[in-house]
Design a binder for this molecule. Structure first.
Ligand SMILES: O=C(O)CCC(=O)C(=O)O
Ligand SMILES: [Fe+2]
Length: 223
C-alpha cells in the first residue's frame, strides 16, 4: 500500500517541471536555437502527471499493461521502480527492446509535439508496457505539454526551401480534447495523431537527418 499526499505530489511536479525546462533548454541548443526558444510555449502549460500501478499477472502476455503508442506531448519524464516492463520498438526491424531500469535515472521519451516542432529532427519512439508475472510495478510519468492555445507546427528557424515544413499547424487544445473524447470508444479506428497533419507529397531533399529518439538522464534524487 502506497500513500501519497497532495503536498508530496505538488512538490514532485514542481521539481520535475524544472528538470523539463532545463531539458528543453538543452534541446533548443542541440537544434542551434537560443536556449530560451521553447520557454514561451510553457507559460500556461497543460502538463500532467500520471501514477501507474501494474498488478502482477501469472500469464503476462494475456494481460494489458499499456498498449503500443507514441506519447503525444513534448517530452515524457518517466520515473519507474526496478521491476521493468517498458519496451521500445526498434524502427529498423520492429523488434520490441526492453528498457532495463537504471537506479536513480529517469527515462525521457521524445513526444510527438517535439517531433513536429523539430520537423522530424527528433523522433518520437513507439513503446508499450508488459506486466510482470510475479511483481507489481509502479511508474510515474510526467507529460510535458504546452499551453492549450499553442499552434503546433515546425519551428520556422528549422525550415526553409530545402527543408520545408512536414506538418500543418494544429491547435494543441483542440487536438487534446478530440483525442481524449474519442479514446477507447472506437477500437477499430485510429485515434487522432500528429502524423495526420503531415504534409503529403513533400519530396525528400538533402541528406538524412540524424534522429534522436530516446534519452536516459541520470539525476540525483533527494532522499
Ligand atoms: O509505465 C511506463 O513505463 C510507461 C507508461 C506510458 O508509456 C504512458 O503512460 O504513456
Ligand atoms: Fe507512453
Amino acid at each position: 500500500m502506497v500513500t501519497l499526499t497532495r503536498e508530496a505530489c505538488e512538490e514532485y511536479a514542481q521539481e520535475v517541471q524544472k528538470l523539463s525546462t532545463k531539458l528543453m533548454e538543452l534541446i533548443a541548443l542541440s537544434l542551434g536555437l537560443p536556449e530560451n526558444r521553447f520557454n514561451g510555449f510553457f507559460k500556461d502549460q497543460t502538463s500532467s502527471i500520471r501514477f501507474n500501478h501494474y498488478p502482477s499477472c501469472p500469464i503476462p502476455h494475456l494481460a494489458l499493461g499499456v498498449g503500443q503508442h507514441k506519447d503525444i506531448g513534448v517530452l515524457t519524464v518517466l520515473a519507474q521502480d526496478d521491476v521493468g516492463g517498458l519496451q521500445v520498438r526498434r524502427k529498423i526491424d520492429g523488434e520490441w527492446i526492453s528498457v532495463k531500469p537504471t537506479p536513480d535515472a529517469y527515462i525521457v521519451n521524445v513526444g510527438q509535439i517535439m517531433q513536429v516542432w523539430s520537423n522530424d529532427k527528433y523522433e518520437s519512439v513507439e513503446h508499450r508496457v508488459m506486466v510482470n508475472s510475479e511483481k507489481e510495478r509502479f511508474s510515474i510519468p510526467f507529460f510535458l505539454t504546452p499551453a492549450h492555445y499553442t499552434m503546433v507546427k515546425p519551428l520556422e528557424e528549422l525550415t526553409d526551401d530545402q527543408n520545408p515544413a512536414k506538418y500543418r499547424a494544429c491547435n494543441w487544445g483542440k487536438f487534446f480534447i478530440t483525442r481524449k473524447g474519442s479514446n477507447f470508444r472506437k477500437l477499430n479506428v485510429e485515434n487522432i495523431q500528429f502524423h495526420h497533419f503531415r504534409v503529403s507529397n513533400i519530396k525528400k531533399r538533402g541528406g538524412v537527418h540524424r534522429k534522436i529518439r530516446h534519452l536516459t538522464v541520470t539525476v540525483s534524487r533527494h532522499r
